[in-house]
Write a protein that binds this ligand. Structure first.
Ligand SMILES: [Zn+2]
Length: 347
């Protein structure tokens, strides 16, 4: 695909989603959601809100052309890596005979599969920004006020070095809440669009692969650094990935069912083949670094104390979120199960 075709694909899909959300929610509230394209050569997505107490929602989602092109190239190069067979032995050892590349191509051509993963990735980024807007995270971050203009920016490196304490915890938990909104909304869209189990499993495979590519791109060339107290603006991308993968399979299957088993295997395969690709293509680690692969969230070093801060802060701000929220469903709101809370308490 040419660069223009890659942009057009995203433009068509995201403009359609923006029109749908305007028709379903914003118009009733006399508000507006705009979609904006960022031309500066940076990997960027952002959410803009002009909030006034009792006013109408005035929102915009901005996505850079650079982000679109970069994600498309990442997915295309990932396919070339899978096709090269470089790590086939390792894949076979971990996941048996069925190759991830074959599972992605069961019902479609190579080009179509790349486009589907690209669209899943871009849509997830879009819904992440919409999650920030739906729950007015800018108002929460700036302290509850009657008037607040905010632009929430992903990948804000400069900021990330200086922030810590309770401020940082608020930023992290609202990032996780936006991830939850994005992931649950993407899964709901899949359920709406696909009638057969095979189609749904394939589409879920695209989503899990696309999500892994986005979060590896956010992680860049970094090793995993343990973080037991939130600092900076954003959670570690691998922690975000580990938190969101279970959201996908918990929405789509019952505990201990065959479907759950299939989805758990497929998600591990999607995420870890992307990790292996990333190590080969973008790093010079000279081997597999510690804690690079997804491994079940709570076994990652530092995550238990980290999540205690996140759950505490979420419980503290959820009443505010609910009072600020003007649209969106309760299933799109971040939640932690009783089991999960017990595990944290006893750890
Ligand atoms: Zn965000």
């Amino acid at each position: 695909m040419t660069q223009q075709e890659v942009f057009d694909l995203a433009y068509k899909a995201l403009s359609g989603i923006t029109d749908d959300w305007n028709a379903a929610y914003y118009e009733d509230l006399s508000g507006e959601l705009k979609l904006q394209w960022i031309e500066q050569p940076i990997f960027q997505a952002q959410a803009y809100s002009a909030y006034t107490l009792g006013g109408t929602p005035s929102h915009a989602i901005g996505i850079s052309y650079n982000l679109l092109w970069q994600l498309y190239l990442d997915i295309k190069h990932y396919f070339e890596y899978l096709e090269s067979g470089k790590d086939d032995k390792a894949f076979k050892y971990w996941w048996g005979e069925e190759k991830h590349i074959d599972s992605l191509l069961t019902l479609t051509t190579r080009e179509q599969a790349i486009q589907n993963i690209y669209m899943a990735a871009v849509t997830w980024v879009y819904f992440h920004e919409l999650g920030h807007l739906s729950q007015e995270h800018g108002v929460i971050r700036n302290g509850n006020s009657s008037r607040c203009n905010s632009t929430l920016v992903e990948c804000d490196i400069q900021n990330s070095k200086e922030m810590n304490g309770e401020t940082s915890i608020v930023w992290h938990v609202t990032e996780i809440a936006a991830d939850y909104f994005a992931t649950s909304t993407c899964v709901a869209e899949l359920i709406r669009h696909f009638n057969t189990k095979n189609d749904l499993l394939l589409a879920t495979n695209y989503l899990m692969t696309g999500l892994a590519v986005v979060l590896h791109r956010f992680n860049g060339q970094n090793l995993f650094e343990e973080q037991s107290i939130p600092s900076g603006t954003h959670p570690k991308p691998f922690v975000r990935l580990e938190l969101m993968i279970p959201v996908i399979f918990e929405m789509l299957s019952e505990p201990d069912s065959d479907d759950r088993k299939k989805l758990v295997i497929a998600s591990g395969r999607a995420a870890n083949t992307v990790s292996l690709y990333w190590i080969r293509a973008h790093t010079e680690f000279g081997g597999i670094p510690d804690n690079y692969f997804i491994q079940g969230m709570l076994s990652r070093p530092g995550v238990i104390p980290y999540m205690k801060h996140i759950v505490r802060k979420w419980d503290e701000i959820i009443p505010q979120i609910i009072s600020l929220k003007r649209f969106g469903e309760s299933w799109q709101e971040l939640k932690f199960s009783q089991n999960f809370r017990e595990t944290l308490k006893n750890s």
